[in-house]
Design a protein around this ligand. Structure first.
Ligand code: EPZ
Length: 442
């Protein structure tokens, strides 16, 4: 198992490029199961989660290949199984995105219920409610969701939940409705750019979807979806993480291929905190040198501040003198990173679904442990700003969502080393490898 050793205190400087979006790629790859023809997806980032999704599709009989240009092609014609096994779903919750496509294609699906998650309570009741509204019979059986529908019919579907709409739930119901008979209206649909990109992909395959990106989506069912080639949007969360890495080191960095039109809330928060920056259509230039201000921020469903940037903003505000507060309205318990930041000298206490941060002039290096994808990104940012050499264990969490993160940071002058963690050597880890011919089979 790998860990990072980071020598902190170096202001980042230079130019870096953002890759394709993980959270746009995953539901799109899953939806290839419902397509009659070859699916080619471009700009897919090379990440562990993409490997897991590819292995899931292959376990059902799809042929998945990574092509010379890095795009992924999926041939779903040989898919015979409509089962998503526990072994794969437990590795990645987004595996649940195969539920809607399998139901639409086979009229049945057997998908393992995703287990617990470090970022909080994550039920899939809204996914099931939406699919049931389209006429699916749904039951839980030995830890699996079993869904059956001889015919899916268009319907009015309300996707509002206690913490707002559901992103992957909107995608699951949208693809099922795209192949249902008649008209569906999704109310309280998630408005994330990844959902809009998902609808763009389905429409390119012959679906008839309008209003994606707003809270009301209208879908007129079609008989079949045909072969399609689609480029996914850039990763707004990776772009925000790199911008915050520049800000926390008080560096001067240009982030290219940044989807700035998808990042208004993030850029507004940077302005409120006083991080000097300039933006263009597809680039953000973070400039050094200014006194930053403490701030109260709330993570909310899009177009609000992304919960996937909450931890990274907390790392920054931990270095800004004065009292700040961060509330997470999407995952109210998403504070696993707090204790590790406190180990690095941050002064943070959690109260209900908020973290109260009393900024300090200097963080200090300490051995810390990553608990989930975005928490690990926050620990890397804190280590870049900290005095001394920090060890971050379990960086496999980071590899799930950031491609070659240490190379990108070192390109900006950081001192990040990836080394084997001998203390954890015994613990087996799924192998991450991208060969040019085929994605490795389980
Ligand atoms: C997506 O997860 C993202 N993952 C998450 O990113 C992101 O944090 C989340 O959306 C919110 O933006 C992918 O796109 C693969 P939700 P998803 O369903 O779809 C509650 C990352 O770091 N809820 O929108 O699983 C739920 O508990 C990951 O890249 C229900 O109550 O999230 C949460 O409080 C982490 N019932 C809220 O809604 C449901 O059926 C939003 O969850 C579904 C969700």
């Amino acid at each position: 198992m790998d860990m990072f050793c980071i020598e902190g205190g170096v202001p980042l400087n230079g130019t870096v490029r953002v890759g394709g979006s993980k959270n746009a790629s995953l539901p799109i790859l899953a939806a290839s199961l419902a397509i009659q023809g070859e699916v080619i997806v471009r700009q897919v980032p090379q990440l562990q989660d993409i490997v897991t999704m590819s292995q899931l599709l292959q376990s059902m009989g799809a042929i998945v290949e990574t092509r010379e240009d890095g795009s992924i092609s999926v041939d779903p014609s040989q898919v015979k199984s409509s089962v998503a096994p526990y072994e794969l779903v437990r590795q990645m919750r987004a595996s649940v995105c195969v539920l809607g496509p399998l139901l639409a294609r086979f009229g049945e699906a057997r998908v393992s219920l995703p287990g617990g998650c470090n970022i909080g309570h994550r039920p899939i009741d809204l996914h099931l409610r939406g699919l049931a509204a389209l006429g699916a019979d749904i039951r839980l059986e030995s830890g699996y969701v079993v869904a059956e529908a001889s015919k899916l019919r268009g319907a009015e579907v309300d996707l509002s939940g206690p913490n707002g709409p559901t992103v992957t739930g909107t995608c699951n119901v949208m693809v099922a409705a795209a192949l249902a008979t008649g008209r569906t209206v999704l109310r309280s649909a998630a408005q994330e750019p990844e959902v809009e990109d998902f609808a763009r992909f389905l429409n390119a395959a012959g679906a008839n979807i309008s209003g994606a990106g707003t809270s009301i989506v209208e879908i007129h069912g079609v008989r079949a979806l045909h072969e399609v080639c689609h480029s996914v949007i850039p990763d707004r969360i990776e772009a925000a993480t790199l911008a915050l890495a520049a800000a926390i080191t008080r560096g001067d960095v240009t982030i290219q291929n940044a989807p700035t039109t998808h990042m208004t809330s993030v850029l507004n928060a940077l302005s409120l905190i006083g991080v000097p920056h300039d933006i263009t259509q597809d680039a953000i230039h973070i400039r050094a040198g200014s006194i930053l201000r403490p701030m109260e921020l709330t993570a909310e469903p899009y177009p609000g501040l992304p919960t996937d940037c909450q931890a990274q903003f907390m790392a920054l505000l931990a270095t800004v003198l004065g009292e700040s507060q961060i509330t997470d309205a999407v995952f109210p318990e998403r504070f696993m990173h707090v204790a590790e930041l406190v180990r690095m000298g941050a002064r943070i206490r959690v109260q209900d679904n908020s973290a109260i941060i009393s900024g300090v002039a200097q963080l200090s290096a300490a051995p810390v442990m990553a608990s989930d994808l975005r928490a690990s990104a926050a620990l890397v940012l804190a280590a870049l700003a900290a005095e001394g050499r920090t060890e971050i264990r379990r960086v496999y969490h980071l590899d799930r969502g950031y491609h070659a993160f240490e190379q990108k940071l070192n390109q900006l002058g950081a001192k990040v080393q990836r080394v084997r963690d001998e203390t954890m050597a015994a613990v087996p880890r799924p192998h991450l490898e991208f060969s040019r011919d085929r994605v490795p089979n389980t």
